[in-house]
Design a protein around this ligand. Sequence first.
Ligand code: DAH
Length: 332
Amino acid sequence: MLEEIKKTLNEFNAEIKKVNSSAELENVRIKYLGRRGVLSQLFDDFKKITSNDKPIIGKTLNQAKIEITGKFNQLQEMILSNSNSTDSYIDLSLPGRKSFVGSKHIITQTLDEVRAIFKGLGFSIYEGPELESDYNNFGALNFPDDHPARDMQDTFFVSEKFLLRTHTSPVQIRVMQEKKPPLRAIMPGKVYRNESLSAKSYCLFHQVEGLLVDTDVTFAELKGTLVSFAQQLYGKDVKYRFRASFFPFTEPSAEVDIWWQQQGKEGRWLEILGCGMVDPNVLMNVGIDPEKYVGYAFGMGVERMALLKYGIDDIRLLFDNDLRFLKQFISV
Ligand code: DAH
């Protein structure tokens, strides 16, 4: 039996030299220290011994067990702490990683609301490109060749005939060229103007264009639609006014102002949109018979509407992307 114990020890020592993963270590544990392992077998055999050698055999067997367990534990610790080990090892005691949830910017929140309100009023949604032709942006919309808006001061020209659209009105042209009346659509998107930056204007902003073309449309319907819209966005008590105005592509034309009352400050009117009855020249430019069809249109400034809704007084805050500012308007 003493021989056997010695042999087991030698084998064990040879085997642990070859171990370099925790899977191999586990095999060694099962073989030597497991419930049916070599050591447990030796202890079973030991119980059956009746000779005088029993004490010395017992002592040797205990020493062998201590040696094997000790070496095993040592090796286990080494493998677990070895970062070069190819085994994947998950440390369950590490604190979890915090994940940050984003939120919609208030321009997007406002745009979402505008879209939802007009969807409720039966309007569909179209989008057009930000890079437009001079013709769609100005010519087709009845701007005379010498109109000041074409001036290099206002427009970012890309080439002689192409530009970054200065408003979303050219999408009206695209919709009317592609679809036959009756039409009822809104067209949200980005627009660009070469203006000096201030609290009220920025070189890039968002507009939502609206267009309705049918056989029997009146200015009263345009008013009704816009008042319903303002009341849904700002509440039933919103204070508004329609002011006569001029646009080359509408006749008659108006602008809508909303009363802006900031706490502790003097209130004032803030213009949020232009509107009017589509000029017969525009209908003719897209091949719609102005004798048969009438249309109304409007174009609203999304940043202006957001300023009013959230009580902000500088448009530049919407583009600075300062998290301290944005975090005040987190929506889930
Ligand atoms: N495009 C005009 C602007 O950017 C706004 C506008 C006014 C759009 C009247 C319209 C409209 O559709 O009918 O200032």
